[in-house]
Design a protein around this ligand. Structure first.
Ligand code: DC
Length: 222
């Protein structure tokens, strides 16, 4: 395997497979793994629990600056913030429906991007999100942009929700998925878009292992 690749950015829309692929890829390469989505989710949870309006960008920025996030474990599914260890709470429907609004706030993005760059500075990392290849780590050694059809992505999210014991209609998940895509792609600051030098990978007909293998092959060729 080529030793030239140390920082890997994976971006893409909701449920394109970033989490499963990123985690497995990091394990395969022996790299660290950071899901930046949970950082926006943690600040959203904190805002909701502190009565901070999710459209008050200045207060959200102050909240993010005053409460640096600690990452717990290797799987990037828990965050330590303001004395709370947050895990499943980060996937609550209140967080789901407000996180796009919070992640629009430039002062929040400035703070979280700084924390993300600090984490990446150590190298040997797979980082996933929406703006990793475009804004956070524009010099990443390898940039992957994962896509899949809205229908397939909604089905994956619906299955994940059912696995977590949530009963929800597939059509509801599909319309939420399309709405989140729209919000993430149309915001002014750091919209969801593939970096010009990203490798676009359609995961519609691939399972996680096949996607990981394709990326590992690409790392080997880099
Ligand atoms: O990947 P996710 O669903 O956990 O992300 C939650 C929200 O955070 C999503 O609406 C987009 C936003 N986000 C972002 O704006 N930038 C990132 N780097 C990661 C996530």
């Amino acid at each position: 395997m080529a030793r030239g690749v140390s920082v890997i950015a994976i971006d893409g829309p909701v449920a394109a497979g970033k989490t499963a692929v990123g985690r497995e890829l990091a394990r395969t390469l022996g790299f660290g793994y950071l899901d930046t989505g949970i950082m926006y989710r943690a600040i959203t949870w904190l805002a909701l629990n502190n009565g901070i309006p999710v459209d008050d960008e200045t207060s959200l920025g102050e909240l993010a600056r005053a409460n640096p996030l600690g990452l717990v474990g290797d799987d990037s599914d828990q965050v330590l913030v303001a004395g709370h260890t947050l895990g499943p709470e980060l996937r609550d429907s209140a967080v789901d429906s407000n996180v796009s609004m919070v992640s629009k706030a430039t002062p929040v993005r400035i703070e979280l991007v700084a924390q993300q760059r600090q984490t990446a500075a150590k190298g040997n990392i797979v980082m996933i999100g929406r703006d990793i290849g475009t804004v956070v780590l524009p010099d990443a050694d390898l940039k992957v942009y994962l896509t899949a059809s809205p229908e397939n992505r909604a089905k994956r999210r619906w299955q994940e929700m059912r696995d977590r014991g949530k009963t929800v209609e597939l059509m509801t998940v599909l319309s939420e998925t399309v709405a989140r895509d729209q919000a993430d792609s149309s915001r002014k600051d750091s919209p969801l878009v593939a970096a010009k030098d990203a490798w676009e990978l359609d995961t519609d007909s691939l399972d996680v292992q096949q996607v990981v293998q394709k990326i590992v092959d690409q790392v080997g060729d880099s």
